[in-house]
Design a protein around this ligand. Structure first.
Ligand code: 5AD
Ligand code: SF4
Length: 478
């Protein structure tokens, strides 16, 4: 770490992150690098010396929000010409120079495979008074090796202060995606699929545990496709990696997201069943319940295959919960195809589903080949209908927990908690069960980061409510 003279005031960094867990982790790494470069974080955009947006390209809406944020800070830059502004991540890789055209007050545009260069690019932009663009090669711009090596791996830098919480951390096991679902921009902006060497992942998990991290979430666009071949031919699958991480002292819970249905192999399901630290929660997006739509999406499975996989999963891992993603209003989705999705959701009993309206992305196969022919009103209606159905199912399933005791890893104060006048030291806390259900209950803040037993007394579609049953025992062991 570069030494900072104590008399030198640190520069202020304001960073906003949108999108998926990959971006949350990327921001952590960027902040780590910039701290070494003399920056400290601020939440006040007005006092920032540098404003960075770590962006998402998955849907148009996410991009629109960033362009409006850039519009809003134009005046700030006029008032403070020394202010540095950066657009990082997927939108930077996708739009490249277009960002500088639409927002000429931006100083750096940096794709997800170039983020290690952010500090250097900020310096160059300032020294040369010229915007800097750093992106990786397009998927068709060279050999696979060339394109792959243009997406840099810089995961060893970590910065605890921007984690979801001090004891929860993301750990990237793979980068990129090779599935090329026709609607999805991710393979273009995040590059070719690469699995990281297991030794590095385990070393990182040990380091995280040493910093007090108890819950590690392994992330990859298709995390269950993880496969690393050693030069001697030995192969590490995700199940093997989970077993190795299970041995890391201090780590109490391990999750992994997101899974691809075709790669849900028996060895992985058995690992989840047999390794007690591994959360019994699997996010495995179905995207649609209609074979014709799945084919047009190039998902490479049928509804029948998906349901068989689900049955196998539930048979192997009792007490597990499954969640899914759905896109409604994809090109050519008729009422009949939508009804098939409704049918799949009715039968599958997902813990929850993330539902998105199809958003055409320039550069994807679907945008090239198919018309975005479902009107916005219909997309909205289908989104609403599917969400209502899922919420009703989630509520029914959550009600099953009422009267039962469950182990909860306490994540923090519940979002709705505000300390009241005459506060008695009892907060409303929030945590998750082993199958990833959110539990809210009263308890002292010192329970944060600990496993507690909670008796569930009530439930809504998204939350279980209960009382701690082991507070005394836990309190005395603190
Ligand atoms: N439009 C709408 N939703 C999309 N997703 C990916 N691409 C698009 C798109 N073009 C959704 C998928 C994926 C989730 C992360 O985002 O459901 O699983
Ligand atoms: Fe996108 Fe499909 Fe890859 Fe997921 S598996 S990131 S939806 S291309």
């Amino acid at each position: 770490m570069a030494d900072q003279p104590t008399s030198h005031p640190r520069k202020k960094l304001y960073i906003e992150t949108v999108g998926c867990q990959m971006n949350v982790l990327d921001s952590e790494l960027v902040v780590a690098r910039l701290r070494d470069d003399g920056y400290e974080l601020t939440t006040d955009i007005e006092e920032a010396d540098a404003i960075l947006y770590n962006t998402c390209s998955v849907r148009q809406h996410a991009e629109d929000k960033i362009y409006s944020a850039l519009g809003r800070i134009k005046q700030l830059k006029k008032r403070k010409p020394e202010l540095s502004i950066g657009v990082l991540g997927c939108m930077a890789q996708k739009d490249q120079n277009l960002i500088l055209k639409r927002a000429p007050h931006v100083d750096i545009v940096v794709g997800p495979g170039q983020l290690a260069r952010v500090p250097e690019l900020l310096t160059i932009a300032k020294a040369e008074a010229k915007p800097q663009l750093a992106v990786s090669l397009a998927r068709t711009a060279g050999s696979r090796d060339d394109v792959t090596s243009s997406f840099d791996n810089y995961d060893s830098d970590r910065e605890p202060s921007v984690r979801p919480s001090p004891f929860q951390a993301y750990l990237r096991v793979m980068m990129g995606c090779d599935k090329f679902c026709t609607y999805c921009i991710v393979p273009s902006v995040r590059g070719p699929e690469q699995s990281r060497p297991p030794d590095g992942i385990v070393a990182e998990a040990r380091a995280l545990a040493g910093q007090g991290v108890k819950e590690i979430t392994l992330i990859g666009q298709t995390v269950n496709s993880y496969k690393f071949r050693e030069p001697d031919g030995r192969t590490t699958r995700l199940s093997d990696l989970l077993a190795r991480l299970h041995d890391v002292e201090g780590v109490e819970r391990i999750k992994f997201i997101t899974n691809f249905p075709n790669d849900m192999t028996d060895d992985l399901l058995q690992a989840v069943r047999d390794l007690p630290k591994v959360s019994r929660y699997i996010h495995v997006p179905a995207q649609s319940g209609c074979d014709l739509v799945l084919k047009r999406m190039k998902r490479m499975y049928t509804v029948g295959f998906y349901e068989d996989m689900l049955a196998r999963l539930r048979e192997t891992i009792p007490g597990s919960s499954v969640s899914s993603d759905f896109i409604v209003g994809f090109c050519g989705e008729t009422d009949e195809s939508f009804q098939k999705t409704i049918g799949l959701v009715e039968r599958s009993r997902f813990k929850n589903s993330f539902i998105f309206k199809y958003s055409p992305r320039t550069g994807t196969k679907a945008d090239d080949l198919f018309a975005d022919d479902v009107p916005e009103e219909v997309k909205k209606r289908r989104n609403h209908e599917l969400l209502e159905l899922q919420t009703a199912i989630s509520l029914e399933d959550n009600m099953e927990f009422v009267g039962r005791e469950t182990t909860v890893l306490v994540e923090g104060r519940s979002r709705s908690t505000t300390r009241r006048e005459g506060w008695d030291g009892v907060d409303q806390l929030s945590g998750r069960t082993h199958c990833d259900r959110i539990v809210v209950f009263d308890g002292p803040e010192r329970l944060i980061g600990r496993m507690v037993q909670v008796r569930i007394e009530n439930a809504s579609g998204v939350t279980l409510f209960g009382q701690v049953v082991t507070a005394e025992r836990i309190a005395s062991s603190v």
